[in-house]
Design a protein around this ligand. Sequence first.
Ligand code: KG4
Ligand code: ZN
Length: 376
Amino acid sequence: MLPKSQPLTILGIETSCDDTAVAIVRYEKNTINILANTLSSQITLHSGYGGIIPNLAAREHIKNILPVLKNTLREARLSPKEINAIAVTQGPGLIPALLIGTTVARTLSWLWKKPLIGIHHIEGHIYANFIGNPQHATRNTQPTFPLLALVVSGGHTQLILMRKHFDYKIIGETQDDAAGEAFDKVARILGLGYPGGPVISHEAAQQPVVVQFSQSVILPRPMLNSPDSNFSFSGLKTAVLYTVQKFREKNRLAENVPLPKEYIRAVCAEFQQATIDVLVKKTIKTAKKFSVKTVILAGGVSANTELRVQLGSAISQFVPSAIYHLSPIALSTDNAAMIASAGAFRFVQMSPKEKEQTKENWHALKTHADLTLASH
Ligand code: KG4
Ligand code: ZN
């Protein structure tokens, strides 16, 4: 149980990758409501390069963060005086990008004399599922413990067991590429641009399917039957590369000639299904093993409609006692409301001494590119 708390207003800042995001949430009676959630995306800038260029991302964060902050305060109709604390993504992520967010957060903490809380990016993705605006119809209740979170993003693929708030045990994780990274690399192989997830899921959903192509594209399900809860996606990506190379050779298509649309759809559908098969099977197995009450789907790849649907059906079929929680799509990919949500829950459970210490974080807070997820 969390201690009772006065309502709290928390400002969140997230700049770990290519989104400059600022949000304000209100914590009241164990529930988070979003007052404003603003984001400036750099996708069009980076898509031309096929991935994120860290220094370019930092330059854009510098340009955008103060206007985004101003808009967020305006949208929430709040003045800095009404903010109780600031939460910021401390890591992991791209260091030039993270430093912009943490430097702005430290400056505001010093200037406004507010407590400052450093948040792990993955912790933020998990706490997106504790945001409870009534319009988010997928969940009516808060997740209950023990819970299992499948976190799938561009940098992480992990199964995390939580027996209580801020108690993290990594039960399984990818041995190589993250699931989102595989989506991005496969999109590059197919000439579909960056980021790969949305475009692959869009292509995979197109009809009609050309049977001749779908029957010829068969990809592996790496580690599907391994006894642990780990994953591997790098072999799957390589299998896509070889499959496409063979197709080009057989059909005498040079590297610079675009692949037929119908063939691209068949590869996207099979790659997406192979990824979903392993994610779902390992999640169900782990959920059963630990008799969890809740399964959370979090991180950018959780925006994938097929994954959302297929994990939901598997949970109702194989672990019917568990409740399935997933965020609205806007809160699945990177945003600052999730960072503010984690910050609010963290602040509430701090002792008076710990709360006092957060006032020193304007100079003490460190930024870590490879921060590990620690229990608090
Ligand atoms: O959490 P996120 O926004 O940023 C990181 O923390 O990495 O996740 C970004 C990842 C990218 O790899 C992107 O391709 C993937 O999430 N993604 C998707 C979808 N939307 C975004 N993957 C599959 N299907 C989607 N609809
Ligand atoms: Zn993320």
